[in-house]
Design a protein. Structure first.
Length: 367
């Protein structure tokens, strides 16, 4: 019987039964190279829990990243794709994830670890409770108890992939547990490169419109948004419209939303006896941090929208903005000044040009 070639990519229930010559590999602290037969070889340290059992008995489950260190999580040669990633440990805004495709000097992914996985408001010292480290149950991203970070974005590369994490904390050595699962296989010519870019403005200047993404040139498709809003006004804050400017749009966009909660799949302020949280395969309002009447004085929200079934395609360029809009007396809109942050996710034909400079430690801090 003749077999049609299947490269092992674009996995789904519909392709799960198909055989492939693709090779499965995985990188973790127990197999830093991902090489075949190279896992679990670390010796047991004299003071480790495995000292009585020896090599092969969970001798090196995590790595430590010193303050200021840029740690290489993965350095992969060949053609293939990342298929899933899991991380946990001392995660927060102080750890910066970067992913580089095919020996490019500029990262295609540059983002605080937690924000990349849809958790924008966690900082070291916060309790790992649902309010401060929310659960997220979607198709490409899952955040599970207690702080397990997972993603399933397919990320193809043609001859090389490098993943690093920088520890920007001034004093804390960060423990990082991780598993990067990938396949080595032939990548089709029309497979685009995955990108993710973080931005934050705190506070948003009065009457300014927040930019989620700009400066992208070439062909591609936009596939997701994570948005965090720290509210600095009373009342409802989410009347702002999201707008997608495509292929030369200037003053007016091709796609214009009707409200913040509308874009994230909700309606009428998410108000069901108070703010309702939800997490679904493609959209969610999964976190509300409520003031406690003492030191936690600001209300904060986290949302996501994945364009998996409805990617926003562009041929030349794309710009994405959102308004911060509430209400004032007399039934008039109020341009608000929140602490607003975002991660934009997209694919494009060629790895992107340099991103805007990532905010420094103070500008990243959640205050």
């Amino acid at each position: 019987m003749q077999m049609n070639f299947f490269n092992g990519l674009n996995m789904s229930l519909g392709t799960l039964s198909r055989l492939s010559d693709a090779e499965t590999r995985s990188i973790s602290a127990e197999n830093r190279s991902g090489a075949k037969g190279a896992g679990g070889q670390a010796p047991a340290a004299p003071d480790s829990p495995s000292r009585d059992l020896g090599t092969g008995w969970k001798c090196h489950a995590y790595d430590r990243i010193k303050p200021g260190e840029v740690f290489t999580v993965a350095d992969i040669d060949g053609s293939g794709a990342l298929q899933s990633m899991w991380m946990t440990g001392d995660v927060g805004r102080h750890l910066i994830l970067r992913i580089y495709w095919d020996d490019r000097e500029q990262p295609a992914v540059e983002c605080p670890v937690c924000d990349f996985f849809g958790v924008p408001w966690h900082k070291p010292g916060d309790p790992l409770t649902p309010q401060y480290f929310p659960m997220l149950n979607s198709l490409p991203v899952a955040v599970n108890p207690k702080n397990g970070l997972n993603c399933f974005w397919e990320m193809p590369f043609r001859h090389h992939c490098r993943i690093t994490i920088e520890n920007r904390h001034a004093a804390m050595t960060a423990a990082l547990f991780y598993q990067v699962n990938y396949t080595l296989t032939e990548v089709p010519g029309d497979a685009a490169y995955f990108h993710a870019q973080f931005r934050r403005v705190n506070p948003l200047p009065y009457q300014d419109v927040y930019t989620i993404l700009d400066g992208v040139r070439g062909q591609g498709h936009y596939v997701g948004t994570v948005l965090g809003c720290g509210i600095n006004n009373n009342g409802w804050w989410g009347e702002g419209e999201i707008k997608f400017y495509l292929d030369g749009d200037e003053e007016y966009p091709t796609i214009c939303g009707t409200g913040t909660e509308d874009y994230f799949g909700g309606s009428y302020n998410w108000d069901v006896g108070g703010y309702q949280i939800y997490s679904t395969p493609f959209m969610g309002h999964h976190q509300v941090i409520r003031p406690d009447g003492l030191y936690q004085s600001q209300q904060r929200h986290a949302m996501y929208r994945w364009h998996v079934m409805d990617p926003i395609r562009f041929k030349r360029d794309i710009r994405v903005t959102i308004q911060a809009l509430g209400w004032r007396d007399g039934g008039r809109f109020l341009p608000e000044q929140p602490d607003i942050c975002s991660v934009a996710f997209w694919y494009q034909r060629e790895p992107a040009a340099a991103f805007p400079v990532l905010p420094d430690v103070d500008a990243l801090e959640i205050i």
